[in-house]
Design a protein around this ligand. Sequence first.
Ligand code: ZN
Length: 245
Amino acid sequence: MLEPSQPQPEPSDELKLNGGGTITQAAVPAQATAVPAQATAVPAQATAVPAQVLEVLAPDAESMAELYRSILQGVGEDVSREGLLKTPLRAATAMSFMTQGYRQDLKTILNGAIFEEENNQMVLLRDIEFYSMCEHHMLPFFGKCHVAYIPNGKIVGVSKIARIVDMFGRRLQVQERMTNQIADAIEEALQPLGVAVVAEGKHLCMVMRGVQKQHSTMTTSAMRGVFNDLSTRMEMLTLIRDNSR
Ligand SMILES: [Zn+2]
């Protein structure tokens, strides 16, 4: 909460942080380019902001908002028109959300969700949606990811696989690297007999600009351990294909 002596912003202009911290977008006069002092003053209690909120908001969302204001001016927009008044902070918040993977780590995500298991049959999680942004154009690429592994005494809670995909998706990426990082993370967490990741993505930098190929999909894969064996790899690929009919 803000101290009573501080100016109270419009409630709708606040980004609520659950622990009582607030990042404030004060009503900025149209021509002002500097963030008002009270907007940058983070309350002392902000240190108590829950981790799940901090991991979403970039630490410097306010100055990111200022940069978005410059981008709007750069494309020829009138930043004072009504529809755009809150756009810089909204865009900064959205960008923070879409890049929250930078502020996450594998250990926290997996916390307590690895279990001993003797049954060493293939585990396949298919059609995990992912959303990422290409690091060359900062435009989205998105699609489905399939993750398979063959345990070697340890399995992981199934929702954690999806969270690992999110962690590497929500940052600037190339699809090839994202695919490998997901495989590396599963390998590091479980030391399985093998891990396979296949990602199928549509890239807006191809669809909306450049060559404008609207129906092309890029497929990338990372095969580790026993998935380098042709028959195991074929079994996984067949399972993906059969189930997507
Ligand atoms: Zn691109």
